[in-house]
Design a protein around this ligand. Structure first.
Ligand SMILES: C[S@@+](CC[C@H](N)C(=O)[O-])C[C@H]1O[C@@H](n2cnc3c(N)ncnc32)[C@H](O)[C@@H]1O
Length: 249
């Protein structure tokens, strides 16, 4: 069994090893619409914050877009080069709140809820500032992130289940603190022999309007806000948003 390195944070070897499994976020119907939008927004080199295993970066590079990436976890980043297009992705190991890479980019993007992995408001502002610092004037910063499920919280309740599957022994739920905007995603897996695992990952949610302020602090202004990669408008029933800000020239 492989060793998990604490420096890899919440995505060490044991998580990275299963990250690229078929289906879900790795299915073509999840990946292709995102890559389509990113390719269209790109007008020169692009930079992915928290590039992970290159789920999005590698297919984007395979289309001929020059792609760089910043990633905290060596275990995740080690998977990029083996994918079609991945060898062309220029990866730097580091923290997206502070790490600078050389060059000026037309687009910086941060997808799959990962802004929420930064669990303080100051840290999230630093992400916006760092994105702006990598952009040329008029360059774009794109964030894809789920909206917190607060409308499913009746008074007195702080927990929203998102999967309860006794058949497979898996239960998943989010637990919210609406005062601090901290939340956790919780994954309980019980094996037939009664042993199990409990994984609890901390996050911070921010409303789109708070992100607009973070963008303004960083010298960017709103350009697009969609409910999904299909560019549909955000509504009261939306479960995520794809937002794009422009670095003020
Ligand atoms: C849900 S995965 C998303 C990976 C990839 N963007 C994708 O769409 O598949 C989150 C990734 O963010 C990385 N990450 C979390 N916090 C980070 C930080 N502060 N700086 C850089 N990478 C970070 C994790 O190591 C992990 O690889």
């Amino acid at each position: 069994m492989s060793e998990d390195d604490p420096a890899d944070g919440w995505f060490p070897e044991s998580v990275a090893a299963d990250y690229d499994g078929p289906g879900g976020a790795n299915a073509p119907e999840a990946v292709t619409p995102a890559v389509d939008v990113l390719e269209e927004l790109a007008d020169g080199p692009v930079l992915e914050f928290a590039v992970g295993t290159g789920r999005i970066a590698a297919p984007l590079a395979a289309r001929g877009v020059p792609v760089s990436g910043i990633e905290l976890s060596r275990a995740m980043a080690a998977r990029i080069a083996g994918k079609p297009g991945g060898a062309a992705v220029d990866v730097t190991i580091g923290d997206m709140t502070t790490t600078r890479v050389a060059g000026e980019f037309s687009l910086v993007f941060l997808v799959f809820n990962t802004i929420s992995n930064v669990t303080t408001q100051d840290g999230q502002v630093d992400v916006f500032r760092n994105a702006a610092a990598h952009l040329r004037p008029g360059g774009l910063f794109l964030v894809e992130v789920g909206l917190p499920d607060l409308r499913r919280l009746p008074p007195g309740q702080d927990t929203v289940p998102f999967a309860v599957d006794p058949g497979s022994g898996y239960v998943g739920f989010d637990q919210y603190d609406v005062v601090t905007q901290q939340f956790t995603s919780n994954h309980v897996t019980v094996s037939p022999d009664g042993t199990g695992t409990f994984r609890r990952i901390p996050f911070r949610y921010a409303w789109p309007a708070e992100m607009d302020l973070m963008a303004r602090i960083a010298g960017m202004r709103p350009k697009h806000r969609w409910a999904d990669w299909d560019r549909s408008p955000l509504t009261a029933g939306s479960t995520e948003h794809v937002s794009v800000w422009e670095k003020t020239p």
